[in-house]
Design a binder for this molecule. Structure first.
Ligand SMILES: C[S@@+](CC[C@H](N)C(=O)[O-])C[C@H]1O[C@@H](n2cnc3c(N)ncnc32)[C@H](O)[C@@H]1O
Ligand code: SF4
Length: 388
């Protein structure tokens, strides 16, 4: 599959947000709650009603479905199945569920498989106990091994393992050992993120108090390049700045997002993109439930990016992919400079980042698209309209 250029089949992506977690990890700023478990049933009812209204309004069969969070695997399997069953989708749809290694088991995974789940994304982050502790994770390496074995036993076609680089106390040897452990699980897909200190998190407070060191960008850059070399060497091709996959295991849902396909957002805090408009649902689960229950729209805001902003967004997202961005849309002088600096290649009519250029993707976009008045570096995390 030609990543980046490869769009999912016709039909939108559907992103469902599950805003519940057993505990909040120290670094996490996602819309998720650890004290709202009592809302799960009502929340699932609301999601199902939201989907049915969208279908009644003409939503086409989904090409991809992505259930993200929060921790979707915290929902009882029949509850998650109710949401999946409500979403009309193409027979070849990709259906991803995010899971924490300590909240999936064989029984849940069999239900997922029977309901058409084709992909499970597991938050591994590290396999070193002291690194997991520094991140505030609740699982250990044995949970990861068990979860992966259960995914494989259930016959789910594909899975992803998330890794975070640069936690306090993580040495190069720790990171390498995590990569070795992760590759030992023969994953078809791996995502590697540099740890970010997000506002409002426990990590931010610890860093501000001097209790732990902030991530060192040079260390993270070095680990990124090591990860790229090892993952590529193991047959997982890079296809987006943070993502590597065996051929055919690229996440079609995220590819749809990166190439500007429509995405219908279901659930609190979920972001969608339809009819040229970006929109987002009310962030709090109780308000989402109340709005849906009252027959009202859950949409809390919308914007229609103007032509320049939309073009810049498209360029920035494309530049992060292996297919690259159109050469014709880039400033020729900047292309020459960045190519001379070894940060990108011109491949036919596209500009494609080299590994060292991927580390500077946001800056590369700024240089390649020096138009005045363009948006800043809010360049697609996978969590806008998706996740992630
Ligand atoms: C919604 S979570 C994944 C599913 C599940 N809740 C879990 O944590 O296992 C999405 C992923 O984003 C990454 N992530 C979240 N916050 C991050 C941060 N501050 N810096 C770097 N990566 C982060 C983690 O790798 C995490 O697995
Ligand atoms: S990283 Fe995942 S498990 Fe941890 S708080 Fe965020 S969503 Fe929940």
């Amino acid at each position: 599959m030609d990543a980046g250029a490869a769009a999912p089949g016709p039909g939108p992506g559907v992103y469902v947000h599950v805003p519940f977690c057993a505990a909040r990890c120290d670094y996490c700023a996602f819309a998720t709650w650890t004290d709202r478990g009592h809302l799960m049933d009502a929340y699932v009812d609301a999601c199902v009603t939201d989907v049915r209204r969208r279908v009644a309004d003409g939503m086409a069969d989904a090409a991809t479905v992505y259930v993200g969070g929060g921790t979707p695997s915290l929902l009882p399997a029949p509850a998650l199945a109710r949401i999946l069953d409500a979403i009309p989708r193409r027979p070849d749809a990709e259906v991803t569920v995010e899971a924490n290694p300590d909240s999936v088991d064989a029984a849940k995974l069999r239900v997922y498989r029977d309901r058409g789940v084709t992909r499970v994304s597991l938050g591994v982050q590290s396999t070193r106990a002291h690194v997991l502790a520094a991140l505030g994770r609740t699982h250990d390496r044995a949970n990861v091994d068990r979860a992966v074995a259960a995914v494989v036993d259930a016959g789910i076609a594909s899975f992803n393992l998330d890794v975070i680089a640069g936690a306090d106390g993580e040495s190069d040897a720790d990171f390498d050992a995590t990569l070795t452990d992760v590759l030992g699980l023969a994953p078809p897909h791996v995502s590697v993120y540099g740890l970010m200190v997000e506002p409002g998190t426990a990590l931010e407070r610890r860093v501000a108090a001097g209790d732990c060191a902030p991530p060192d960008p040079d260390v993270q850059a070095d680990r990124y390049l090591r990860a790229d070399a090892r993952l590529t060497g193991a047959g997982l091709g890079w296809y987006e700045v943070s993502n590597w996959a065996r051929p055919g295991h690229e996440c079609r849902h995220n590819q749809g997002y990166w190439s500007g396909e429509e995405c219908v957002a279901i659930g609190a805090a979920a972001h969608g993109y339809t009819d040229g408009e970006r929109w987002w649902n009310t962030p709090r689960p109780e308000r989402y439930i109340a709005r849906i229950g009252a027959g009202r729209s859950p949409v809390a805001g919308r914007e229609r990016p103007d032509g320049d902003a939309a073009a810049l967004d498209r360029f920035a997202l494309a530049l992060r992919t292996r297919a690259g961005a159109p050469l014709a849309d880039a400033d020729p002088d900047a292309v020459g400079e960045l190519a001379a600096a070894g940060l990108l290649d011109v491949v036919g009519d596209r500009v494609v980042l080299r590994p060292s250029g991927r580390l500077l993707a946001t800056e590369a976009t700024r240089r390649l698209r020096p138009a005045p008045g363009r948006a800043d570096g809010r360049i697609g995390t996978r969590y806008i309209g998706v996740p992630g």
